[in-house]
Ligand binder design. Structure first.
Ligand SMILES: [Zn+2]
Length: 329
């Protein structure tokens, strides 16, 4: 049995909708007023959105459910599902700790609670029965003020080990602020963290060459080969890997068809830019959306062929932030 690595998966989008629905039932959650049966919830939860902003709104609901006391419940289920149904040997899970703090607390108290959030996640991503290695990437967010993002970076640094990297997430707003983010990423690197940013997912406006000085990988970045292929040379020189999440682009309205990814893969292949295929928010995609399913869909749409598949699967291990050891296959 081949075993795989997934480098781009959000905690808020990692869970099968049935797990979320059962959780809502268990807690008699008011949202069930809109969804008396599972099918209605499923259709709403997995429907394609017109924009990334619309997609992120549903994500926010799940983040609020994943509060301190409920994180063990969600962490166990996502580890066992990833190991059992997707054959994952290694997973990098990303999340924003601030969005999982108690909203009824003051901002200062919420910042203080982030430490406990990261610790409870670290403690619950190692289930004894499922030998999957899960490392964490902590997300900064373009919608949050600088002092909260600074505090998020600090909690990441303080948990180096279980936390292996930092990411910049949230809708692609305020492209002019790139200098601030480049500085943050530089600080993260100096502290021993690896770096990735959600860039070039919905357009090219946010992609600035200065990012290439401080990034190890780019979350998506598909608009670089699509709209600014001349930048690929620099990505290859810096050995920056693109994390490409095929089904996600259909769900967020970025691409109409997976065959649109042919240009992305062709141009990266020619320029020598590595791609790791990832899932982003598999729970939000129509079932079954698994990492092996993403590989199959890329072959189905003639984006890659079988000969390239093994190389792409190996690339995920090679570009991982915290993988040590050998791949099992
Ligand atoms: Zn993402």
């Amino acid at each position: 049995m081949a075993l795989y690595a997934d480098l781009h998966r959000h905690l808020g989008g990692a869970l099968h909708p049935r797990i979320i629905y059962k959780f809502l039932q268990r807690h008699d959650h008011p949202v069930l007023g809109y969804f008396p049966d599972y099918d209605g919830f499923y259709n709403w939860f997995t429907r394609p959105c017109r924009t990334l902003e619309e997609f992120v709104k549903i994500h926010t609901l799940v983040e609020e459910l994943q509060s301190f006391e409920h994180l063990p419940y969600f962490c166990l289920r996502l580890c066992r599902g990833a190991y059992t149904f997707e054959n994952l040997q290694y997973l990098e899970l990303r999340y924003n700790p601030y969005f999982r703090t108690d909203k009824s607390l003051s901002q200062a108290k919420r910042i203080g609670q982030m430490k406990a959030i990261v610790e409870v996640i670290s403690a619950n991503l190692r289930p004894a029965e499922y030998p999957i290695t899960v490392k964490q990437i902590i997300c900064l967010d373009r919608r949050l003020p600088p002092h909260i993002n600074d505090a998020i970076l600090k909690v990441a640094k303080d948990n180096l080990g279980p936390v292996v990297g930092i990411d910049l997430a949230g809708p692609e707003i305020n492209p002019g602020e790139f200098d601030e983010w480049v500085k943050m990423m530089g600080k993260a690197r100096a502290a021993g963290l690896k770096t990735t940013c959600h860039l070039g997912e919905t357009g090219i406006e946010n992609v600035h060459e200065k990012y290439f000085l401080v990034l190890d990988r780019i979350g998506h970045g598909i608009h670089i080969p699509l709209l600014k292929p001349e930048m690929l040379k620099e990505l290859a020189r810096k050995q920056i890997t693109l994390e490409v999440c095929p089904t996600s682009y259909r769900q967020t309205g970025v691409l109409k068809d997976l065959s649109d990814l042919r240009t992305v893969f062709d141009r990266c292949r020619k320029a020598g830019v590595a791609i790791a295929v990832c899932t982003d928010n598999p729970g939000r995609n129509p079932t079954p959306c698994t990492l092996p399913g993403e590989y199959e869909r890329l072959i189905d749409h003639d984006v890659i062929d079988f000969a390239e598949l093994k190389r792409i699967q190996n690339e995920a291990f090679r570009s991982a932030f915290g993988f040590v050891g050998t791949t099992r296959s």
